[in-house]
Design a protein around this ligand. Structure first.
Ligand code: BT5
Length: 324
């Protein structure tokens, strides 16, 4: 999304369905009236419906924001990620579909995207709220040649890719909370779920599910999520094109993944640490084997969280919910 286009969409978003005059638009986005007309035509080509009325100006009557194959494919700059796209309007969970595609031999980089999930999954059989028309519900299939114990690194890698994509497109500065939450202003905007197909210590495929709240309004979240969840639209006041965010996310992921395959986890770890919020803070890690309180001192080269307990010993945490 070019900067002008972002400004234009923001102006329309703020006008909330009312007309804005061509003059006002050209002032707001700092370009000529002719350029305004050109940008409006470009929006039309992308599926926006705009009404133009003499002496009143323009208003958007319908936004496209679709996430089907065409929208994702058009303008996708990756070599591998998303080269095969499985899209469905409504699914139970994209993870489940990706699991069966992986079993059937889907190529690396295959993605499964749905507009809506009726039983979106979180970790430990929690549910993930995935309404239609507003979010990115996507599962990626990759086939890295790594041992099983290294796979948590891919969750961290994915978190970095998503943060970089959100940063680049929206200029927001999301934080990562170990291991799989991405927060904006302390509220969860993204969740990541990594699942494996493996035999002995050989990984066959890794299915990485990413849920990104893009265009939900606060009141559209169920009550129990309203205090803990947010969306990119809530944080920016702008409606975002989901397909564009997917494209950017896939490109970032592909770059990091290639870096990871050639240079290992080290460079990813450095990036991850630069976005992490809970490091060097007192936290409580709730695990299946009980809660551990201490100072989060970092992650090790496997991507495992290290907590310094009050007796000075270091506890390795493989999977947990973190209270800061
Ligand atoms: C996660 O689990 O954060 C992983 C979410 C992964 C979702 C993606 S969507 C595409 C793919 N297909 C799937 O079926 N899943 C993946 P966890 O850390 O366990 O967090 C789950 C908790 O987050 C829930 O118990 C709620 O408290 C909260 N939550 C649920 N829906 C949310 C939403 N849309 N936004 C923010 N928080 C949510």
């Amino acid at each position: 999304q070019s900067e002008l286009r972002t400004k234009l969409l923001k102006a329309f978003s703020e006008a909330d369905g009312e007309f804005i005059s061509g003059q006002k638009i050209s002032e707001l986005i700092g370009c000529s009236r002719t350029a305004v007309w050109k940008h409006v035509e470009e929006l039309r080509k992308d599926g926006y419906e705009l009404e133009a009325v003499r002496r009143q100006g323009y208003r958007i009557t319908k936004k496209p924001d679709k996430v089907s194959e065409n929208e994702i494919q058009l303008g996708l700059k990756t070599k591998m990620m998303g080269r095969y796209i499985h899209f469905e309007q409504i699914v139970g969970s994209t993870q489940k579909i990706a699991q069966s595609l992986a079993t059937e031999g889907a190529v690396e980089g295959t993605i499964v995207v749905a507009d809506q999930q009726t039983s979106g999954r979180g970790r430990m059989s929690r549910s993930w709220y995935s309404p239609s028309g507003t979010g990115i519900w996507m599962s990626m299939i990759i086939r890295p040649n790594i041992p099983i114990h290294s796979t948590p690194q891919l969750t961290l890698l994915t978190a970095v890719a998503v943060v970089q994509a959100i940063e680049e497109e929206t200029k927001l500065k999301p934080d990562i909370k170990w291991p799989n939450d991405i927060l904006i202003n302390g509220k969860k905007v993204v969740g990541i779920l990594t699942e494996l197909q493996a035999e002995a210590d050989q990984v066959h495929s890794v299915i990485i599910g990413t849920g990104i709240n893009v265009n939900q309004k606060l009141e559209e979240f169920p009550e129990e999520l309203q205090n803990i969840a947010t969306s990119i639209q809530i944080e920016t006041g702008i409606i975002w094109e989901r397909a564009l965010l997917i494209q950017t996310m896939l490109l970032k992921f592909e770059k990091l993944y290639l870096l990871y395959l050639t240079q290992g986890f080290k460079p990813i770890k450095l990036l991850w640490e630069s976005y992490a919020i809970s490091l060097n803070k007192e936290i409580v890690a709730r695990t299946l084997n009980g809660s551990f309180q201490g100072k989060a001192i970092g992650i090790n080269d496997q991507g495992v969280l290290l907590i310094e307990l009050s007796d000075g010993s270091i506890k390795e945490i493989y999977s947990a919910d973190i209270d800061a």
